[in-house]
Design a protein around this ligand. Structure first.
Ligand code: ZN
Length: 282
């Protein structure tokens, strides 16, 4: 059996709050922030609760999944304008049917520290194709280097991890890379501790990583990641329930729980500046 690998700083935990996402709606949980003002308020509350980073999606005026640049600009402007120092991570997927230009414009223009980079195409089980063709990924990686934005490599299965390693080898992604291990997506690897451990044990020699589980696997992956020295992502993008049958009150409520559990394990939450240092971003 492989020896368990950790790679990360064992004392500090970078908590990312995934505030909105593209899939969940206010019908699933009325506390989901969807418009820029709500997104910014949620980001501030998560920062105050201990999150070092926020992962941002936007919605159109009807709350549908969107890559509208004006919405990103407004949300980011409100967060920065409030003097909130949280690390910004903008999505580069946003949902279905967006052009490459729409997917890349927010990180090119707004220059967040991080932007998501989905390292492969996947069938979202029986519904849609999560399209990340090689030409898009190569262009996206090059644009991120040009904009000084670090990719947060989202990995939904082992194939995507191998694809990411290929781009690292080709120099399209610079080392040390930063990974977000996304478990429990329909069509991806299930949200189990075994799968998390498998992915962690196959990460590149030099990297940082974080993980989350979607839906019912969220708590297991959060706790396993904390135990393994990982960073964690929590929030209403991935999970509308705080516990089975109990809707979450807010994104910050998830952050507060991570802080308590991490504290019991002797780990403290990284501040945004500590997260920047760990991730090597400005
Ligand atoms: Zn996302």
């Amino acid at each position: 059996m492989l020896e368990t690998r950790r790679l990360n700083d064992k004392n500090k935990v970078i908590v990312t709050a995934a505030l909105t996402g593209a899939v969940t709606t206010k019908k699933n949980n009325p506390n989901l922030p969807t418009q820029p003002k709500e997104i910014a308020e949620s980001a501030l509350a998560c920062y105050e609760a201990g999150a070092a980073a926020v992962h941002i999606h936007v919605r159109d005026d009807e709350d549908n999944a969107s890559m509208r640049y004006d919405k990103f600009e407004e949300a980011v402007g409100l967060i920065r304008g409030a003097g909130c120092p949280v690390v910004l991570n903008l999505t580069s997927s946003g949902g279905q049917g967006f052009s490459w230009e729409e997917r890349m414009k927010p990180f090119i223009e707004l220059k967040p520290e991080l932007a998501s980079f989905d390292a492969g195409t996947m069938n979202w089980l029986n519904s849609v194709v999560f399209m990340n063709e090689p030409e898009f990924l190569e262009l996206c990686a090059a644009e991120m280097i040009k904009a000084g934005v670090k990719p947060e490599i989202e990995v939904f299965d082992m194939g995507m991890l191998n694809t990411a390693k290929y781009y690292i080898k080709k120099g399209l992604i610079k080392e040390p890379a930063h990974f977000q291990l996304c478990l429990g997506a329909p069509g991806g690897m299930e949200a189990t501790t075994e799968n998390l451990l498998f992915l962690v044990n196959h990460l590149p020699e030099e990297c940082t990583w974080s993980a989350f589980g979607i839906g019912k696997g969220a708590n297991e992956i959060m706790m396993a990641s904390l135990a393994l020295g990982g960073n964690v992502r929590v929030g209403l993008e991935d999970n509308v329930y705080y516990n089975a049958g109990q809707l979450a009150e807010s994104n910050a409520q998830f952050v507060e729980r991570v802080k308590r559990i991490a504290g019991e394990l002797g780990r403290t939450l990284a501040t945004p500046d500590e997260a920047r240092e760990i991730l090597g971003v400005k």
